[in-house]
Design a binder for this molecule. Structure first.
Ligand SMILES: *[C@@H]1O[C@H](CO)[C@@H](O)[C@H](O)[C@H]1NC(C)=O
Ligand SMILES: *[C@@H]1O[C@H](CO)[C@@H](O)[C@H](O)[C@H]1NC(C)=O
Ligand SMILES: *[C@@H]1O[C@H](CO)[C@@H](O)[C@H](O)[C@H]1NC(C)=O
Ligand SMILES: *[C@@H]1O[C@H](CO)[C@@H](O)[C@H](O)[C@H]1NC(C)=O
Ligand SMILES: *[C@@H]1O[C@H](CO)[C@@H](O)[C@H](O)[C@H]1NC(C)=O
Ligand SMILES: *[C@@H]1O[C@H](CO)[C@@H](O)[C@H](O)[C@H]1NC(C)=O
Ligand SMILES: *[C@@H]1O[C@H](CO)[C@@H](O)[C@H](O)[C@H]1NC(C)=O
Ligand SMILES: *[C@@H]1O[C@H](CO)[C@@H](O)[C@H](O)[C@H]1NC(C)=O
Ligand SMILES: *[C@@H]1O[C@H](CO)[C@@H](O)[C@H](O)[C@H]1NC(C)=O
Ligand SMILES: *[C@@H]1O[C@H](CO)[C@@H](O)[C@H](O)[C@H]1NC(C)=O
Length: 476
């Protein structure tokens, strides 16, 4: 660290972001500043840059493709809760550009090497949110929010994404040649479950509900979620998923919680889904908020921080999806909201105020800025603030096609073939090729795997470790 930055760090550490969490106006004013700072990471609307993405993926920049998908969902919530439309156009342009035709299902050729079901799913979640939030519909000659969400769901529900290893479920990665193809995990399946629950409620089409229910049952059956509602990271198909990677990341708990809340709401408050929502809310609060503000347990350790870029964004999803749970399952509202408020207070103390800007750090339990910066940290702080606005008169609950939603759907969305190598039905020849590659890759990965095992023993590192440490290979 150079002297200048040490000095600015020290100044910054003294000044938290001054916001009155009892005043919606004060929250909105602070959110505006943090949103501005967050968007300063985005350059996709400048000449020569690729629309829709954050700088990356590594080594070109810090961020994998999925994170921009999550960013746009956060900016949709920003508009929803503040009515500030400053970033709406840039958001719509980004969402439509990365959907990529002819499939319009968020499987762009450029990002094949990091294309997991969860990566694709994060963009799908944002498209779904746009429909539910009544984010301004794209021009009629462009794909519509609901159809974009359906396209992601349909490609994930298609038979080529499902097999019998581990008794079912989605794999982590989509192309068979990606590292992590042999891993099944809670985030990929959690997003699929979550989207199924939301599409069921939005369209009242039982097919989505059935998929969601089946996915929940699988998650529990395979042991990724236990009877106490702990949600673990995943397992390898080579071990039939019995080698449970037990790290508990907050976004895993949150994505299943929010999906369960939609199932609860869709079933008009069934006892079965009420019990599940209550259980996962209780466990999540006890686990991640036991010291006040949210803690990303597997990597935000007491004595050191081993979190990677991806993980800096997880607490934001935790906050946004819990706030949404309070809306979809109102019986949880009074349990959830005080917890989020306390956490947001910690998050604001972890921001540096002027003169350096509104840079928010990662540790929210120290009462001061920890010097950690990035789009994920900034997005999480913004999410923490926005989540406190769920009871504002302007912040309507997610709409459906029957309660004011205007987004047009298409049951066949996503069925157009994606015409590039590595996708489509896997032929025997592909399998052989993939097998050989997998063997080579695995040989090369042994070092990494040993490291990973060490990582897990040390309290986990997250499935994305593969992306950070594994050398990805792809055919063609
Ligand atoms: C890009 O979008 C930002 C808002 O995030 C805006 O301030 C900036 O002017 C835009 N840049 C260009 C070149 O359009
Ligand atoms: C939102 O902002 C628009 C102007 O951009 C205004 O017309 C509208 O009344 C505002 N809505 C609310 C609920 O404040
Ligand atoms: C957003 O895009 C619409 C349609 O292209 C345009 O009419 C409007 O002026 C744009 N708004 C801003 C703030 O750029
Ligand atoms: C893919 O990369 C090319 C070359 O950088 C770029 O022109 C194109 O816009 C990118 N497409 C997407 C969807 O990112
Ligand atoms: C693999 O795991 C699934 C899900 O837990 C289980 O139903 C199945 O019996 C297991 N298969 C074998 C061969 O152990
Ligand atoms: C939504 O409702 C309209 C009628 O208001 C109907 O035409 C349309 O098919 C419905 N869309 C879905 C996805 O159910
Ligand atoms: C929920 O209630 C509505 C209105 O009474 C009814 O039309 C709908 O079928 C119910 N949904 C379920 C899943 O029971
Ligand atoms: C479903 O969500 C709506 C919107 O927040 C809420 O009014 C309704 O009470 C919820 N249904 C149940 C059964 O809690
Ligand atoms: C809440 O979770 C804790 C463990 O985290 C458990 O001991 C307790 O029984 C749970 N309470 C309810 C009401 O489920
Ligand atoms: C319900 O969704 C499924 C899956 O997309 C679709 O095949 C079916 O046609 C839909 N049903 C209706 C009534 O729209």
């Amino acid at each position: 660290m150079r002297l200048a930055s040490v000095l600015s760090f020290m100044t910054a550490a003294a000044a938290a972001l001054d916001v009155d969490l009892d005043s919606p106006d004060s929250i909105k004013a602070a959110a505006k500043k943090i949103a501005w700072e967050l968007m300063s990471y985005y350059h996709g609307n400048e000449s020569g840059q690729t629309p829709g993405i954050l700088p990356g993926p590594p080594p070109a920049g810090d961020y994998y493709w999925w994170e921009a998908g999550a960013l746009w969902g956060t900016m949709m919530d920003y508009y929803h809760f503040t009515n500030d439309s400053t970033y709406n156009n840039v958001t719509t342009t980004a969402m439509l550009f990365q959907a990529e035709g002819p499939c319009f299902c968020y499987m762009p050729k450029n990002w094949t090497a990091s294309l997991g079901n969860d990566d694709q799913g994060f963009w799908g979640l944002s498209a779904m949110l746009a429909a539910e939030n009544k984010f301004p519909d794209p021009p009629p000659d462009e794909p519509q929010w609901l159809s974009l969400a359906q396209a992601v769901f349909n490609t994930q529900a298609s038979p080529d994404r499902h097999d019998d290893t581990c008794g079912g479920g989605l794999r982590w990665q989509i192309p068979p040649t990606n590292n992590g193809y042999n891993y099944k995990n809670s985030i990929a399946n959690g997003i699929f479950f979550n989207m199924g629950a939301r599409l069921a409620r939005y369209t009242r089409n039982q097919t989505y509900f059935d998929w969601a229910k089946k996915t929940w049952d699988w998650e529990v059956g395979v042991g990724f979620m236990d009877k106490d509602y702990n949600v673990y990271d995943g397992g390898d198909i080579d071990a039939n998923c019995t080698d449970l990677h037990k790290a508990q990341f907050s976004y895993n708990a949150a994505v299943w919680m929010q999906g369960a809340a939609f199932m609860y709401n869709y079933t008009n408050g069934s006892a079965e889904w009420q019990e599940r929502v209550a259980g996962i809310v209780n466990r999540t609060i006890n686990l991640f908020f036991s010291t006040g503000a949210a803690v990303e347990l597997p990597c935000e350790l007491k004595d050191k921080n081993t979190c990677k870029t991806d993980m800096y964004a997880f607490k934001g999803f935790l906050h946004r999806w819990m706030a949404n749970t309070a809306k979809m399952a109102p019986f949880t509202h009074d349990t959830i909201m005080p917890v989020l408020k306390k956490s947001a207070a910690g998050a604001m103390k972890a921001c540096s105020g002027p003169p350096t800007g509104y840079t928010c750090g990662f540790r929210w339990n120290t009462g001061t800025y920890d010097g950690s910066t990035g789009a994920g940290q900034e997005m999480s702080a913004l999410a923490a603030l926005l989540s406190l606005l769920v009871d504002e008169p302007g912040a309507a609950a997610p709409v459906t096609n029957f309660t004011g939603g205007t987004s047009k759907g298409n049951n066949d969305a996503g069925s157009q073939p994606v015409s590039f190598t590595g996708f489509g039905p896997v032929t025997t020849r592909d399998r052989a090729g993939a097998g050989i590659l997998t063997a080579l890759v695995l040989a090369g990965l042994l070092g990494t795997l040993a490291w990973m095992t060490f990582g897990w023993a040390e309290n986990g590192s997250g499935s994305r470790k593969w992306k950070v440490d594994g050398k990805r290979s792809m055919m063609g």
